[in-house]
Design a protein. Structure first.
Length: 202
């Protein structure tokens, strides 16, 4: 998780570099709106990439342990997703009794349950964390992730243009969204570290 934390720090610094650049560009409205939108989209990408690499790390850890050593909630999460057909149930039960059953690596898991797909805000992140028995985000800044997600989706789906997206947002607000993203994702990483350290998955 230390590597993930360092990567997050570098990505956040990239957004702050863009803000510093923006502050030195005078009154060019078109450039200002374009750069502000760019920063907001970068923030959503940072959120999604950090959550995704964190989930990969969680699955790597869970995959190392025999399935029957994992706690009931983790086993239930697996069963809800993978007991989707009679044939699959038989295979899973057989693997369980043979001691071969492992929690799936992330790449296999998302083939049947793509939990990260342009939908990440504070509520969705907490829903994901609860599924693994990880402490949820409690920082008040998490409410700002909804705005970041909605702006990103409106641009991605063509509901608003790139320049329109941040026309009503001042630079200090963008800086607030940067700080909120940093606080929330650091809390996420810290909660996962605690989860590993205390082996809360057992």
């Amino acid at each position: 998780m230390n590597i993930i934390k360092q990567e997050l720090k570098e990505k956040i610094e990239d957004t702050r570099f863009l803000i510093r650049f923006l502050c030195n560009q005078g009154n060019n409205v078109s450039l200002h709106t374009t750069l502000k939108t760019s920063v907001m989209l970068m923030l959503y990408n940072i959120i999604e990439s950090t959550v995704t690499v964190s989930l990969k790390r969680i699955h790597e850890e869970l995959n190392l342990h025999p399935f029957n050593h994992l706690d009931d909630e983790i086993q239930k999460t697996y069963a809800d997703i993978f007991f989707d057909s009679k044939k699959k149930k038989i295979e899973v039960i057989k693997d369980y009794y043979d001691g071969k059953l492992r929690f799936p690596v992330y790449e296999d898991y998302i083939k049947v349950n793509n939990i990260v797909s342009g939908n990440l805000d504070g509520r969705k992140i907490n829903e994901i964390l609860k599924n693994y028995g990880i402490s949820v985000l409690v920082c008040p800044e998490k409410s700002k992730l909804l705005f970041i997600k909605n702006l990103r989706n409106k641009v991605a789906h063509g509901e608003i243009t790139f320049k329109e997206a941040s026309r009503g947002i001042v630079i200090s607000e963008v800086e607030g969204y940067i700080s909120a993203t940093e606080v929330c994702l650091n809390e996420l990483i810290n909660n996962i570290n605690s989860y590993f350290l205390n082996e809360h998955y057992k």
